[in-house]
Design a protein around this ligand. Structure first.
Ligand SMILES: [Zn+2]
Ligand SMILES: [Zn+2]
Length: 470
């Protein structure tokens, strides 16, 4: 699907985004607290080329007080356009090796009284029969109105009380803030949100993103409750460009992998993949914008739960592994903000070490599976020219610009279950992507291999360009 052109402001060739100005106080405080958390006493000073620099030094590995927690933070149920009852979805995740799940229905929180008709809702009689089979009669609230059977959707609090178990399974309240600019969908997830965020709208895709992110950040500040905000499926409707997303203050997470089969994770001939967008954003945030790193998430965005596997939008395709002190929203969100996690569509990691020397990855290797570890980054002095993408009539297409291959280049590639990348001295950042020799059993896009994505680490080339957010 190619989105038509809009009146949103675009960058022209060779132009630079506006200098930071009018930075929202609240956004800045959140950014700074994330940066402070990231260092948490582990900052190192090292000397290279007579310049001092700080680098994040940390080892991600399960230890006495730290555990890997597996979770999905993008989920739909009958509260919006999913086809199953939320408690049944929670059971699915609980029984498939997940530690936490965040419900994110469209523009609604599961906190109110709502009745649904099994004969007419998206799940139909099948979903209702399964619910009745799994849960005892005294769990289900059924009534008959004018001869029609209705069932009450359980609230988040009821479901959490029934199914959550300390340090075993956590449910998190969330919302998919579902907004748009003209015909371009802009969807933003708020995890651990307390109050409903109504879509804020705006005069451009960029402004719609910024105003919704600001609303979540403001709620977080006002309530003191930790919340995570992330940009969903940038290539859904090819709505979000790298140039717009990179400028959104307070938006430091996005979906590099979304399990829904209609979101174009890989892009196409004209549209950059989500992963390509990640490299464009990282490069320009570090070299020009003086903004924090963008972190990459994998999520399911499941809507359909009754015929797995199929080509519908289903659970189990992409998740995050978070290294945290305990299974609680506060602990998980602070770990995410400190970059103590990786995204996965099937590959498990044993250890990730980042330091002033470089980045090291060790896969939790499985028998008869081989792995390719790629270290990806951009070197200082990269060719920063870019061009708009045009159609065959020469008209500009609404999409991320085309950049040189020096952005997000593969710095090294190793076929092994473990590898280390040592900084050469000019890298702005490095991240790692691990690809398995095993095909994804139920992929977002046909032909995918299982993967893991390690979060980016600033390199020595990022030294003095970004004093504001180190
Ligand atoms: Zn969405
Ligand atoms: Zn969704």
């Amino acid at each position: 699907m190619i989105a038509p052109r809009t009146n949103a402001p675009r960058e022209t060739a060779g132009s630079r985004p506006p200098h930071r100005r009018g930075l929202n106080h609240i956004a800045r405080r959140v950014v700074m607290s994330a940066a402070v958390a990231a260092f948490c006493g582990l900052a190192l000073w090292s000397e290279r080329g007579m310049q001092h620099r700080q680098a994040l030094a940390q080892t991600l590995q399960a230890a006495d007080s730290l555990k890997w927690y597996r979770g999905n933070i993008h989920t739909h149920s009958l509260w919006s356009d999913g086809d199953d009852y939320p408690e049944m979805i929670a059971v699915w995740y609980k029984e498939h090796g997940y530690d936490f799940l965040c419900f994110t229905d469209h523009n609604i929180l599961p906190t109110i009284e709502r009745w649904t008709e099994p004969a007419k809702n998206k799940g139909g009689q099948l979903a209702y029969d399964k619910l009745k089979q799994r849960f005892p009669e005294d769990w289900i609230d059924e009534r008959t109105v004018d001869g029609r059977v209705e069932v009450r959707l359980k609230t988040f609090a009821e479901i959490s009380q029934k199914l959550a178990e300390p340090d075993k399974f956590l449910l998190i309240q969330g919302e998919e803030i579902t907004d748009r600019f003209k015909n371009l969908p802009v969807h933003i997830n708020a995890s651990n949100v307390r109050e409903l965020v109504t879509p804020r709208g705006g005069e451009s895709v960029y402004q719609v993103m910024q105003q919704n992110v600001d609303a979540v950040v403001a709620q977080r500040e006002r309530t003191g409750q930790p919340m995570l905000v992330h940009l969903n499926h940038p290539n859904f409707g090819y709505a979000v460009t790298a140039e717009d997303l990179m400028r959104v203050r307070g938006e430091n997470f996005f979906e590099v992998y979304n399990g829904h089969p209609s979101v174009h994770n890989s892009g196409d001939a004209q549209h950059a993949s989500a992963e390509r967008m990640w490299d464009i954003i990282l490069t320009r945030r570090i070299s020009e914008l003086d903004m924090p790193l963008m972190f990459g998430l994998a999520t399911d965005d499941g809507h359909e739960y009754h015929n797995i596997p199929s080509r519908a939008s289903e659970p189990g395709r992409g998740w995050i592994m978070v290294l945290a002190q305990n299974l609680a929203p506060q602990s998980l969100i602070s770990a995410l903000e400190a970059g103590r996690f990786y995204a996965s569509s099937g590959v498990a990691l044993e250890k990730v070490t980042s330091s002033s020397e470089g980045l090291e990855v060790k896969v939790a290797a499985e028998p008869d599976v081989t792995y390719t570890i790629e270290f990806i980054g951009t070197r200082k002095g990269y060719d920063d020219s870019s061009q708009p993408v045009t159609d065959n009539k020469g008209d500009e297409i609404w999409t991320s610009r085309k950049y040189s291959n020096e952005l997000g280049t593969v710095l090294s590639s190793v076929k092994a279950a473990g590898a280390k990348y040592e900084f050469q001295g000019d890298e702005l950042y490095v991240r790692a992507r691990i690809t398995s020799s095993r095909q994804h059993p139920n992929p977002s896009e046909p032909g995918e291999f299982e993967r893991a994505w390690v979060q980016p680490l600033r390199g020595p080339g990022a030294t003095t360009e970004s004093p504001g957010d180190r």
